[in-house]
Design a protein around this ligand. Structure first.
Ligand code: CP
Ligand code: NVA
Length: 307
């Protein structure tokens, strides 16, 4: 049966750690300049209803590096833009290509696509979730700390698609996740209850960000205004202002705290230049790891073997 990756919950804990090991292996081959083409002859189609730098490039380059062929499907040139249904599009693409990656607004669109398609579908971000990001962020920290259960991970800001996927990932991996957000923008209850179905879930909400980051090993933030929410930008800027990751906040955490951000950042809003460019920040390492982790994911979903 085909396997999709629409949510981090589509993977078990063992599958996630297996992907981490395989991403390390693929990273090593790449750094050593060794070729490895397990996806020779395979094609990945990519549809974006929202802009992207990292997701598009890391999937595109990743496919090439694995011997496969990525196809960027420009939305204005697809009949989808002229009203062809998601289901018909999914069925037709399934006749030509081996997997599809979609970035869109409504999460239901990805679910409908996956139901109609006979090929693996990857969620490249929806308004609800960003599973590729969260999975590679856990990979980044696993490489540094190994035992993910022993860290205090604090997310400060908007409980958005990235945060939702971090929440679901934390509930599978047993990560101690603290979240600090303004009361005006509440978390998605369905996501919280999905997370709490797992006995590993340790999700704590702390209103005051300065309190939340005490003894933190990781401070993670993302934009206050996600793609598609631009109309709310002005209000959000004022409501989130106390949730900025700045030097004052960072100094309340552990001395060796790690600063994370999925990028793109709105510098001067959710994070200051000093922090994102500072020694504790690993934001570019995060961006690099999207490539290694997603290559492992592609090999898994496309049914090839790494070792
Ligand atoms: N982090 C992330 O997904 O970046 P892009 O929007 O550039 O793909
Ligand atoms: N939360 C952000 C993530 C971008 C990668 C957004 O949806 O715009």
């Amino acid at each position: 049966m085909k396997k999709d990756f629409l949510s981090i919950k589509d993977l078990t804990r063992d599958e996630i750690f297996n992907l981490f090991e395989e991403a390390n292996y693929l990273r090593k081959l790449l750094k050593e300049g060794k070729s490895f083409y397990p996806l020779k002859g395979k094609t990945l189609g990519m549809i974006f209803r929202k802009p992207s730098t990292r997701t598009r490039l890391s999937f595109e380059v990743g496919m090439y590096q694995l011997g496969g062929h990525p196809i960027f499907l420009s939305l204005p040139q697809l009949q989808l833009k002229r009203g062809e249904t998601i289901e018909d599009t999914a069925k037709v693409l399934s006749l030509y290509i081996d997997a599809i990656m979609i970035r869109t607004f409504d999460h239901q669109e990805v679910i409908r696509f996956a139901k109609a398609a006979t090929i693996p579908v990857i969620n490249g971000l929806t308004d609800l979730l960003h599973p590729c990001q969260a999975l590679s962020d856990y990979y980044t920290i696993w490489r540094k700390k190994k035992n993910l259960k022993k860290i205090k991970w604090v997310y400060v800001g908007d409980v958005n698609n990235v945060c939702n996927s971090l929440i679901l990932g934390a509930s599978i991996l047993g990560v101690n996740l603290f979240i600090s957000h303004p009361p005006e923008y509440k978390p998605n209850e369905e996501i919280i209850s999905q997370a709490r179905e797992s006995k590993e879930a340790k999700i704590t909400f702390v209103k005051d960000p300065l309190e939340a980051v005490k003894e933190a090993d990781i401070i993670y933030t993302d934009v206050w205004t996600s793609m598609g929410k631009e109309k709310e930008e002005k209000d959000r800027r004022s409501i989130f202002k106390d949730y900025q990751v700045n030097l004052n906040l960072v100094k309340k955490a552990k001395e060796d705290v790690i600063i994370m951000h999925c990028l793109p950042a709105h510098r001067g809003e959710e994070i200051t230049d000093e922090v994102i460019d500072g020694k504790k920040s690993i934001v570019f390492e995060q961006a690099e790891n999207r490539l290694h982790l997603q290559k492992a994911l592609l090999v898994k979903l496309l049914g090839s073997k790494i070792s």
